[in-house]
Design a protein around this ligand. Sequence first.
Ligand code: KG4
Ligand code: ZN
Length: 345
Amino acid sequence: MILGIDTSCDETSVAILQGEKNLLANVISSQIKIHERYGGVVPELASRSHLDNLPVVVTEALTKAGIGLKDLTGIAVTAAPGLIGCLLVGHSYAKALAYQLQIPFTTVHHLKGHLFSAFVENEEKFPFLGLIVSGGHTALYYVKSFDEIELVGHTVDDAAGEAYDKVAKLLGLGFPGGPIIDKLAKQGNPEAFKFTRARVKKGPYFYSFSGLKTAVSKIVTSHSLQAPMEQGGNPDSSFIPDLCASFQKEVVGSLLEKAEIFLNEKPVKAQPVKALSICGGVAANSLLRTESQKLAERHKISCFIPSMLMCTDNGGMIAYVGAKQLKLGKTSGLDCNAFATVPLF
Ligand code: KG4
Ligand code: ZN
């Protein structure tokens, strides 16, 4: 019975996992209301909010699971990467609780949590190609086994979720931008605006989204310059759904293009890829979900995308990886620390 805690960014989340797959509770307390007026996460406000929320969320998770603290047999907590003040709240809490209850605890890499988040609800299939797309990360991994993970490529500038959030800010749509743009994109024409796909010098598996954001910014400026004359001074917003649809098509196209190049190179690898897994906050995107399925079908491999709740930062994915680590005897000492940046392997 593992308690999983994630306080790496702006969600205070606590889960209770029985065995490897039985998620008894996965409570997520979002801080969107606190940060939306700033158009992004304010680290100091986020860590203070975790401090207030964490004990409440732990109690709620225990109540939901119908267990007490004494029933816990282990604790898993995100120790890196993330906002350091935020990480330290969950990390210190987990250590104190493990000490009080005299049970083992293990620290989990947040990205490993995301990479395996689809497998709380599905059977693992190795090797798989894992695409992590969130507000802070965009990276492609070749996962041979639980402990053999190779980085294939990553973004050289903005993460895909960050691009969504910045474009939404440019358009005055609100925060977080992803869900709003996703919704508006459904009413627009994805062919209305054409973007040039960034070619990254580092290689075919690397992403770049900052040029796309600049291209969107230029379109917004030219439309607001044209609007007053055409519409008697009223700002023209009729292009926004088309722009959202075109932007979304380009982001999703770019994300999956790199994955497809890797799948086409399958024979180079010792073991052919058996599955594609898309995870992280942007995996909630409707177009990315359908296009990933199609890509996997084309390559006759399985496609694993977590349920909406498991896409966002959550304690469930941390408990899942933590349970596996504890089974392998990988416990952490009470003298361990949390870190803002640590590579996955
Ligand atoms: O994984 P996550 O909850 O937090 C991070 O670790 O970053 O991801 C949050 C990101 C935000 O940038 C948000 O705009 C994006 O995921 N997002 C979406 C959608 N839902 C959330 N992006 C595109 N389409 C969505 N439906
Ligand atoms: Zn995350």
